[in-house]
Design a protein around this ligand. Structure first.
Ligand SMILES: [Zn+2]
Length: 138
């Protein structure tokens, strides 16, 4: 078996190969430094992805407050403070933006908690919930 035959087997994890494929790969990799290096790179990639899948990134404390303050500043720049106070449409837009952001954060938190739920829990209709809120926040 040459490199060309073994190469498609290199990305697979051992448990994904048939016993014959696993043996063919192991024998070839033992004698071919190029395929050994490639197999090692795939293995590192798989481990990195597995580690990333287990990560749960919490937003830094104060993220919501800073985001709301940034929205506030942007609104002041684009409308001016007097318009902001008098134009109810601006106030409604601002309330909508803040509400969408809060809703997005709530959904994200809920999804994170769902993911921790035991197996067999109902899948979350993720996009249906998150997309309108994200679109409105822009
Ligand atoms: Zn090879």
């Amino acid at each position: 078996m040459g490199c060309h035959d073994v190469r498609p087997l290199l990305p697979a994890r051992v448990e994904e190969l048939s016993p014959l494929e696993a043996r063919v790969r192991a024998e070839h990799v033992a004698g071919c430094s190029r395929c050994a290096a490639e197999a090692a790179a795939y293995s590192r990639l798989v481990h990195a992805l597995a580690a990333m899948a287990g990560l749960e990134a919490e937003p830094v404390a104060g993220t919501l407050e800073r985001a709301l303050a940034a929205l506030d500043r942007r609104r002041m720049l684009s409308t001016g403070p007097r318009v902001l106070m008098t134009d109810p449409r601006v106030a409604m837009f601002a309330a909508g933006s803040a509400g969408a952001l809060v809703a997005t954060l709530m959904v994200a938190r809920a999804l994170r908690q769902r993911r921790r739920a035991p197996r067999g829990a109902r899948p979350v209709p993720r996009l249906a919930l998150a997309t309108p809120a994200l679109a409105r926040a822009k």
